[in-house]
Design a protein around this ligand. Sequence first.
Ligand code: F6R
Length: 242
Amino acid sequence: MRIVICHDYAEMSRKGFEEIKKVVVSKEQPVLGLATGSTPIGLYQEWIKDYNENKTSYEKLITFNLDEYVGLPEGHPESYRSFMNHHLFSHINVPADQVHVPNGNGDLKANCAAYEAAMEQYEIDLQLLGVGRNGHIGFNEPGTPFNQTTHVVSLDEKTIADNARFFDGDVNQVPKQAVTMGVATIMKAKRILLLASGESKADAIYELIHGKVSEQIPATVLQNHPDVVVIVDEAAASRLSR
Ligand code: F6R
């Protein structure tokens, strides 16, 4: 595991995008796993800036997002599909039929199987991750078996409280379930890039690096992956000794 400690969120975002760009320029058809949440927004801004300035083409890019809420109507501003359109996809030239976000409506079991089947046609070159305060990756909450593939989850109370900020601060508006790539799906990626910023992530980052591998703290599974890069700011690294 390679750990990069940055001064602040802006540096974390720049260094994070460098990792994405390395994959994009080295592959004929790059396949990226992407994340939502506050953490990667700066990285996506770097990406758009690079696209505008350097005209890097994303015509061949294939993407798979980690997760989606269950039950939000199509086009809901807080759905993860809307998030991705708003923060990245509508600003670069990736074709719409090459981006994939799990479907949180309709027959969820069938949607999960279809998502896994779509991913099986490719190998994810790099999977971008954030981490929850409770150590979740994707929406794999504490206690999720490590052998799960894409599945439906009930969100942890901490996660619902954290995500209320996107729903007028109202926990009642936050969906209680989501569809997420499983830990086994995430671990199949060739390389994993995890970003974290802020003191609220310091415990999760400490456990991810030094904790005992345990389903109670899903991010600890990354200790078992052969190629992980963790890029954090100083606040998220505050429990690590230098
Ligand atoms: C997002 C995701 C989540 C977030 C995590 C951190 O697609 O799967 O695991 O990465 O909840 O969220 P932020 O970045 O908002 O702190």
